[in-house]
Design a binder for this molecule. Structure first.
Ligand code: FAD
Length: 277
């Protein structure tokens, strides 16, 4: 059972919890991206278990009349475990998503997984265009990746990048990452026909996307995490398509800890909740 303190960032431990949360959001005009927490397994069994959980989640979403999507992490489905493990697990999840017409996102992990993740995306998106992949503005390679991805159907989520990457492959200064994010947005709005997802809580990045939309006319959606700037999510939903990324599952503790530590105000929220304030 998830303690009330973590409920701000995580929907609960079960598929039912995430669907209940998605239903409420749907009534408020916000769409969902459901993510079962879990990553970096070192044997095929937990990856197969998560594959089955995702297939069940996709079927459950297929029975709902809400705009809910799913996001998986490659290492959770076996990337880096054994040759072919990720490919075969992803294949089954994509098949189920295509059957149920549920949109499937592929999160991006550290830079050593970028090639394998993009290869898997480009392989599957030609057959089922209800797939999207995340790319990270902090990686120096991303402008080239975006120009290549512009030729594919599907969607691309641009984020700043959550992994502590070495300086030879990534920008490490916050201001340089912000600059890179803007450069990537420019490429997307100029070269994509649509399918742009702005995965950021940063008002400056969202303003940039709005300006680029006015200039190029390309459609875009905004994606933010559960528990972060939720008031802004509701305000933005009046004029934009907004998706909330909703984690759930029993591995919630490390995710909750990361959210607590990334910003002073999150930590204060946690401490206040602990002392009952
Ligand atoms: P930051 O640079 O963290 O903050 C910029 C500004 O945003 C702040 O100055 C403030 O004005 C505002 N802000 C940010 N957080 C808060 C807050 N808690 N409260 C109030 N204001 C706030 N990373 C990956 O590497 N791979 C992924 O697959 C991935 N998927 C993601 C999916 C979604 C939907 C989102 C939103 C993020 C994802 N990320 C992913 C994480 C991402 O890379 C960043 O680490 C994270 O979003 C923080 O960057 P930011 O753009 O939100 O802004």
């Amino acid at each position: 059972m998830i303690p009330p303190i973590a409920n701000r960032f995580v929907a609960g431990e079960t598929e039912r919890d995430v669907i209940t949360h998605a239903r409420v959001l749907d009534t408020e005009g916000i769409n969902s991206i459901c993510n079962l927490l879990g990553e970096h397994y070192d044997s095929p069994e937990p990856a197969a278990a998560d594959r089955e959980s995702y297939c069940a989640l996709i079927e459950a979403i297929g029975e709902e009349d809400i705009d809910a999507t799913v996001s998986i992490k490659p290492s959770q489905l076996g990337l880096g475990i054994a040759e072919g493990c990720f490919r075969s697990n992803l294949e089954l999840v994509v098949e189920r998503a295509a059957e149920q017409e549920v949109f499937l996102w592929i999160d991006m992990e550290d830079h050593e997984t970028t090639d394998a993740t993009l290869d898997a995306y480009t392989h599957h998106v030609e057959e089922y265009d209800g797939i999207g992949v995340c790319v990270q503005a902090n990686l120096k390679r991303t402008p080239d990746d975006l120009r290549r991805l512009a030729d594919y159907p599907g969607k691309v989520r641009l984020v700043k990048g959550a992994y502590d990457e070495p300086g030879d492959v990534a920008y490490r200064e916050k201001s340089r990452v912000n600059e890179a994010y803007r450069e990537c947005l420019e490429i997307m709005f100029a070269e994509f026909d649509g399918g742009i997802a702005v995965g950021s809580h940063d008002p400056a990045m969202i303003d940039d996307a709005e300006e680029l939309h006015d200039e190029h006319g390309t459609a875009f959606e905004i994606q933010m995490l559960m528990g972060v700037r939720e008031d802004a999510q509701h305000d933005l939903a009046a004029d934009h398509e907004v998706y909330q990324y909703i984690p759930y599952g029993d591995s919630w503790l490390s995710y909750f800890y990361r959210r607590m530590m990334e910003r002073r105000e999150n930590l204060l929220f946690g401490l206040r909740a602990l002392v009952g304030g």
